[in-house]
Unconditional design. Structure first.
Lengths: 297, 117
């Protein structure tokens, strides 16, 4: 089973590398490396760029969570977003979400196969420092309030309100070629499952690090790691578990107005309280994958 | 903390964000410089603009070609379409010294620089 997991992770990584290498071959190598937008360059880790004033885009994003304890587990979130950059320092994104669950024989979870409209969110980004002449570092803060009517883990009915807050910084280690980013994350949530009718409070915190290298002017490949901690209570009252994820990512600018980004991460270490087994598959998934397709207009 | 308190905190955060967004004082006329550039035969004329550091900049772009162009710059953080024969005005925040590249996104080899000293 362990071998199968590793093989799947390796296959996903190999697919990403193959895709990027194919795309790389398709691009003219004579193109010059110019400034690139870092927002989606690091996979699950955000870049500090927010886009240019006047930019509008629609975006489809799919984020999958795969494998819990035993059985078969998949939760796939579809996000349809409109994004606008009204000023040189501020952008917002409005999104509608749907969730697909396929759960069978998983420890502590009921079997389920469903796709449901799951909620809505907004993402507000404020650029404090723009990377470029005069500043080697880009620095952005963001808030992403979200309303959910479906529990992301088990697919049951819920009323949930959460907001992810991030501090995002990035830099160019080699100008226009090698980029690095760091994210600090905090996400409080209140949720009332329909089954219990009681409000529950939880929070998570994390730190992410990523590197991305542009192999051609339009293709960047990278690696990222993210360490997450889960708590009961909005301000880290009771520790529930932690997990370290790592994996590759790729960004392809298909045209100047169309962008594709994909990322994969596997849990490489972790632990849930009251569970002596390795990895935290109570609060987190074993694998996560993300695909973004953005059309600018 | 109740859900209502969370909602209030969310609103406070949104208010803070909007406050930051609009807190920048309006640029006074004497703190603003205007530079003009035109596009002809898919070239910027002049290809290099100059402006002082620390002052808000207004760039007036005239497209003398018949087809549309899109003035764009990742370091100036602006993009705007200018129709054939049309004119656009872009307001840029005060900048640090350096060379800021801009280009026509519809014809990416058409590029120029704003040199800030």
């Amino acid at each position: 089973m362990c071998f199968v997991r590793v093989a799947r992770a390796c296959s996903a990584a190999a697919l990403m590398i193959a895709a990027s290498s194919l795309a790389a071959r398709a691009q003219s190598t004579s193109d010059v490396f110019r400034e690139a937008e870092s927002k989606y360059m690091f996979g699950f880790i955000d870049g500090a760029d927010i886009g240019n004033e006047g930019e509008k885009a629609i975006e489809y994003e799919a984020t999958g969570s795969f494998q819990k304890r035993g059985g078969r587990y998949m939760a796939l979130e579809h996000e349809f977003a409109f994004e606008h950059v009204p000023t040189q320092n501020f952008s917002y994104e409005l999104s509608a979400h749907a969730l697909t669950h396929s759960i069978s024989g998983v420890e502590d979870l009921d079997d389920r196969s469903s796709t449901q409209f799951s909620g809505a969110s907004a993402k507000l980004r404020y650029l404090i420092l723009g990377r470029g002449p005069g500043s080697p570092i880009g620095l952005t803060i963001s808030a992403e309030p979200e309303w959910s009517r479906v529990d992301g883990t088990d697919g049951t009915a819920v009323q949930a309100y959460a907001s992810e807050f991030k501090i995002v910084a990035d830099t160019e280690l080699i100008p226009n070629r090698l980029y690095a980013a760091i994210n600090l994350m905090y996400e409080p949530e209140v949720a009332k499952p329909a089954e219990t009718g009681m409000w529950e409070r939880s929070s998570s915190a994390g730190v992410g690090l990523a590197l991305a290298y542009r192999v051609t002017p339009t293709v960047a490949v990278g690696v990222a790691a993210e360490y997450d901690r889960a708590y009961d209570g909005l301000l880290f009252q009771t520790f529930q578990g932690h997990a370290l994820f790592a994996g590759p990512n790729v960004q392809i600018n298909i045209t100047r107005k169309v962008l594709l980004a994909a990322a994969f991460m596997g849990q490489v270490a972790g632990h849930a309280v009251d569970d002596p087994r390795a990895l935290d598959l109570t609060n987190f998934e074993r694998y996560r994958a993300n695909l973004k397709l953005e059309f600018e207009f | 903390m109740t859900p209502m308190t969370i909602a209030k905190h969310g609103l406070a955060t949104a208010a803070l964000t909007l406050g930051l967004l609009f807190a920048a004082p309006g640029a006074r006329a004497e703190d603003t410089v205007t530079v003009n550039i035109s596009m002809k035969d898919h070239r910027f004329q002049p290809a290099e603009l100059h402006a002082p550091a620390g002052k808000a900049i207004v760039i007036v772009v005239k497209n003398l070609d018949s087809g549309p162009a899109e003035f764009e710059s990742n370091t100036l953080r602006v993009e705007k379409v200018v129709t054939g024969g049309g004119t656009i005005t872009l307001r840029i925040r005060p900048l640090e010294p350096g060379r800021y590249r801009f280009f026509d996104d519809f014809h990416p080899s058409t590029e120029g620089y704003l040199v800030v000293k």
